[in-house]
Design a protein. Structure first.
Length: 96
């Protein structure tokens, strides 16, 4: 049994569907399992309005991010997308 349980927020599911199929497949098969394996080491802590979240980075040109937070044994992915404008969108979602 895994130590952590991961869920995608409805917004993160919508974000994921907007990405290229290859990136979607890589996220589901490689990156999300990597986060579940060790969420504190895989993602770097964020600051400001996102100070309780972590950001996992992958890819080159474009770079992608998976933003998530950890509560006990639960990991909730809140945002998935390319680096461009991703954090602005995360702050907008938090406020709205």
């Amino acid at each position: 049994m895994p130590e952590f349980e991961l869920v995608l927020s409805p917004a993160a599911k919508r974000d994921l569907k907007k990405l290229p199929i290859k990136i979607q497949d890589d996220i589901v098969a490689i990156h999300l399992p990597s986060i579940v394996e060790n969420p504190f080491e895989k993602g770097k802590p964020l600051g400001g309005a996102l100070k309780h979240d972590r950001s996992y980075h992958f890819g080159r040109k474009p770079e992608y991010r998976i933003v998530y937070h950890i509560e006990g044994r639960h990991i909730t992915v809140t945002l998935v997308g390319s680096r461009e404008g991703l954090y602005r969108e995360a702050v907008r979602r938090r406020k709205g």
